[in-house]
Structure formats: C-alpha cells, structure tokens
Design a protein around this ligand. Sequence first.
Ligand code: MSP
Length: 477
Amino acid sequence: MAKTFYITTPIFYPNAKLHLGHAYTTTVSDILARYQRLVGNEVYFLTGSDENTQKMIDAARKEGKDPIIFLDEIVDKFASLFGELNISYDQFIRTTDQQKHWPGAQALWQKLVAAGDIYKKEYEGLYCVGHEAFVTEKDLVDGKCPDHGVEPQFLKEENYFFKLSKYTNVIKEKIESDEFSVVPESRKNEILSLLNEGLQDVSFSRPRKADWPQSLGIPVPGDDTQVMYVWCDALANYITALGYGQGGELFAKFWPAQVHVMGKDILRFHAAIWPAMLLSAGVPLPKSLLVHGFITSGGKKMSKTLGNVIDPEELLAEYGTDAVRYYLARHISPFEDGDITREAFKDAYNADLANGLGNLAARVMQLAQTHLENGTHPEAAPFPKEYAEALENFEVHKALGFVFEQVGALDQKITQTEPFKVVKTDAAAGKKIIFELTQELYTIARLLGPFTPAVSEALKQAIVENKKPENLFPRKD
Ligand code: MSP
C-alpha cells in the first residue's frame, strides 16, 4: 500500500552563496525522495530558506541593498542551483512568507503558551551574531568566537523563555526506543549523553530592534515589541509549509515527517528543542533525523583564506549534474565526515563514470544495436533487497556502491563470455548473451534512477529504442 513520505532539508541561510556542503544535504534528501517515489510512495519534499536573522540584515547592508531585494536575489540563486542539481522538491518555504509561515509559527507559539511553557525572564550574556546564539566565556578563544573570529556582543534583554527542561526525559525515552530515531547510532549516542546532562530552558524571543525592517522577524503573538527567536521561527517551517495552524490539508496528510535531513552542527536543535516544542503543542514527533557529517576539502574545512572552497556551480559546469550527484552520493558517507578535492573528483569521474558506466553502456549497446534485430523488451523487476534496504536505512553510498558492483560484474561478464566472438560461430547463443547483457544494463539504469536521474532515463531510452546512448561521460584530462 502506498505510504506518505515527508522529507525535509534544513532551511538555508541566504546571507551567502550555497557551497558544496549545502548541496550535499539537499542532494542526499533528493535521492531519498526519488527512491521513495520510485517504490510508489506519495512523497512530499520540502526545502527553503531561513531569512529572519541579524546575519542576513548585516549581509544586505554590507552590499548596500534593501534586505528584501537582497533576499529575493539570493533565493533566486538557490533555486537555480537546486535546478542545476535536479532537486525534485515540492515546495520552497521562505520564513519571510507572511501568508503561510508567520501565521503557522504564531499558532505554534500560542499552543506553547496554552501549555504553560512560555514565560518572561531577563537575560544577559554574550551573543555571537555568526551563531545567532548566546555563547559562554568558555566557548571563546582570545575573547573571540573561534568559528566566526569575532568578539561577541554583550546583551541584556528581557525575553520570553520556553520550558525545554520539562521535556528532557520524555525526549530521551523516545530517542532511546527509536520511536523518534536519530541516525546514525553515533549521533544518537551523542544526543543521549547531552540529554543525560539535562536541558536548560531556552530563550525564545528577542526585543525587536528599531532598525529591523517590519518584513523580517515574526512578531510574538500579543507582544509586538518582541520577535520570535530562531527556534519557533526556523524549526516551525517544517509544519508551517504544510499549512499548520491554518487547517492545511497537506499537514493532515503528510505530518509527521518521515525524516528531517541535516548536518551534525544542527543536531541539538532538531533532537532536543524541536521535539520539545512539538510535545508541548500536542503535535506528533517526526519519525527520524538523518544527521550527516561535514564535507572538508583536502582534510580541511573549506575556507576562503585557505583557498580550498569548492563551488558546486563550478563542478556542475565542468562535469554536469549527474556526475556531481554521483560523487556526493558515492564518495561521501551520510554517516561520517567526507572529503572532496578537484583531483579526487576527476579521478572518480574518469574511473567510475567515463571508463566504468559510460564505457559499459557503450559496449553493451553497440552489441545490441548490431546483433539484436528486434531490440529488447526490458522488464522492471523489484529492486534488489540489498539496494532497497540500504536506501530505507538512508545508506545512500552503500546503495550506489551496490549498483556499481553490478556495473563491474557486467563488465566482467562481457570479458568472460565474449559475445562478440560467440555471435560469429553460434549466432543464437551469442544473441542470447547480448540479450541478457542488455536486460542487466536496464536493471542498472533503473537502480541509478534516484542518483543520476537524467543518465538513468537516457540509458533506459537507449535500451528501449535499441540504439547507442550519446557519450554519457566524456573522459576528462
Ligand atoms: N538555517 C539553519 C538551519 C535551520 S533548519 C530549521 C542552518 N543553515 S545553513 O545554511 O548554515 O546550513 C544548512 C545545512 O548545511 C546544515 O544542515 C549544515 O549542517 C549543512 N552544512 C553546512 N556546511 C557543511 C559542510 N561543510 N558539509 C556538509 N554540510 C554542511 O544551519
């Protein structure tokens, strides 16, 4: 029976261009979404942008632009990058959306108030604009935030707080029992040890600054001197996009989410604050979180000063969509940190795609076109267990590794069976081998569907029409 499958990416900060790390989160999510569609489930795939932040206003001012115009421009670039990556999202939610997002976030806030979980308190501390969060002295190196290289500001303000502490134990139980599952196991353990220390209540709003444009920052219901802080604003996107608080049919149909995909830096928010908010509001928890690692380049964090930043646009322009999707899916595990360099990318491209898959497809289809007068009538068999299980468990790299084992095996089969020789001495036997090779190539093409959708289609079409596919992956020197 068809199930619903709601999958989300984090919403991205539009203060700068997206880099390969962001492309990774989104591509992994897309692969999972495409797989679920292929097995017949009804999928809803959400992505978006996190816009109500000080960082954003600062970035716009730096360029001398009105924040909303600045945002529109960057969000257009996000959409164009996601287009080039062939990301099959159903909706792009923006947190400046006042029709859908703001009323939904306000409805959620009011639920938390009704549950008695919001209270007002004076707060003072050091605030890092880069993190959009309060930091403590012990987080600093030489008085500066080590991640952003800037001194935090001292802030004293009256805020609304959310009683996060109240939910520690319930969340712990749900994570332990996998009712709310955190994948992989290492991240589950990380969050459980944090929960064992207990959770502190969190600041949930900020005073609205005089210079904040009205179009940014969601007013706290009943107190528009305050705007919602990131938690009730950004995290709420996952339900506001579905029309939460507005009688949304999508919400009724797709919530709870099957999986929120994210990087390890935002695990705590998603595994502690978000479920607590949902519990407080009486909304079911998402089924799971997939927490991937970070992509480094040459073993180092990508940074402009090191000159090792890899721009996804650059790789896309040189190698094409499916080659980039391939590398991210195959050579970076979603469960650990991964690395990429231009050299490693080129080597993998030439070995696996140009010489591997591309060459195999050309060989098989050359034989088919020459010897199979009636072409082939490929059949769609169920997906192999190993492949399907890997994708159900979010092990994208393992599933694609399995496909490439089939590529290798098929190559070997040609070498061993030598159909090009057999066909000269025993035409029927030769044709039979070629027929089988073509069927197996078709299976490979289908298995590639979630990963390299355009190449998968091109290959299937070539097989059905019994012609050679165009050169899928030209060798790069
Ligand atoms: N806006 C918040 C998320 C709010 S979700 C309710 C945010 N945005 S972000 O633009 O900074 O990051 C978006 C995603 O990209 C996060 O999942 C983050 O982990 C991921 N990555 C950022 N740099 C990365 C790498 N170098 N490698 C892999 N993923 C990384 O956080």
